[in-house]
Design a protein around this ligand. Structure first.
Ligand code: HEC
Length: 116
C-alpha cells in the first residue's frame, strides 16, 4: 500500500525532527541543514574554504580556524555568539539571515577545520 508507506516515512521524519529539536544545545546535525553549504555561501569569502582566511578576511582581522590553541580556548557558545552578532566593521551579524539551528550547525564546520 503506497499510502501506508508514505504515511510511515512521514511519521519517522517527524519523530526524528522532534528528537533533533529536543536535543537542544547539542549541535544540530539535522539532515535538512547542510552546514558546509551554508559556510560556503556566507562565510567562505572571508574565512576561506578550509577555515584559512582569505586576503579579504586577513585584512579585516579574521583568524586561522585550524589554530589548535584557538580551537581549545574557544567555546561553542562563543562561536555561536560571534556568528549571531558579528563584530562591527569586521564581520556582519547573521542572526537575521540564518536560523539558530543553522548557526549551531556551523559550529561543527568550524570545529572540523581544527581536526587536520
Ligand atoms: C566580511 C567578512 C566575513 C564574513 C563574511 C564572515 N566573517 Fe567571521 N569573522 C570575520 C572577521 C574579520 C573576524 C574577526 C572579528 C574580530 O576580531 O572581532 C571574524 C570572526 C569570526 C569568528 C570568531 C573568531 C574569534 O576570533 O574567536 C567566528 C567563529 C566566525 N567569524 C565565523 C563566521 C561564520 C560561521 C561566518 C558565516 C556565517 C562568518 N564568520 C562570516 C570576517 C567575516
Amino acid at each position: 500500500m503506497l499510502t501506508t508507506r508514505i504515511f510511515g516515512a512521514t511519521s519517522i521524519a517527524v519523530v526524528l525532527g522532534a528528537v533533533t529539536y529536543f536535543s537542544g544545545v547539542s549541535i544540530a546535525k539535522a539532515a535538512d541543514i547542510d552546514a558546509k553549504k551554508i559556510f560556503m555561501t556566507h562565510c567562505k569569502t572571508c574565512h576561506g574554504e578550509d577555515g584559512h582566511p582569505t586576503d579579504l578576511g586577513t585584512g579585516l582581522g579574521a583568524r586561522e580556524f585550524a589554530n589548535a590553541e584557538w580551537q581549545a580556548k574557544t567555546t561553542d557558545e562563543q562561536i555561536i555568539k560571534q556568528i549571531n552578532n558579528g563584530t562591527p566593521e569586521k564581520m556582519m551579524p547573521f542572526k537575521e539571515k540564518l536560523t539558530q539551528d543553522e548557526i549551531k550547525a556551523l559550529v561543527s564546520v568550524i570545529r572540523s577545520f581544527g581536526k587536520k
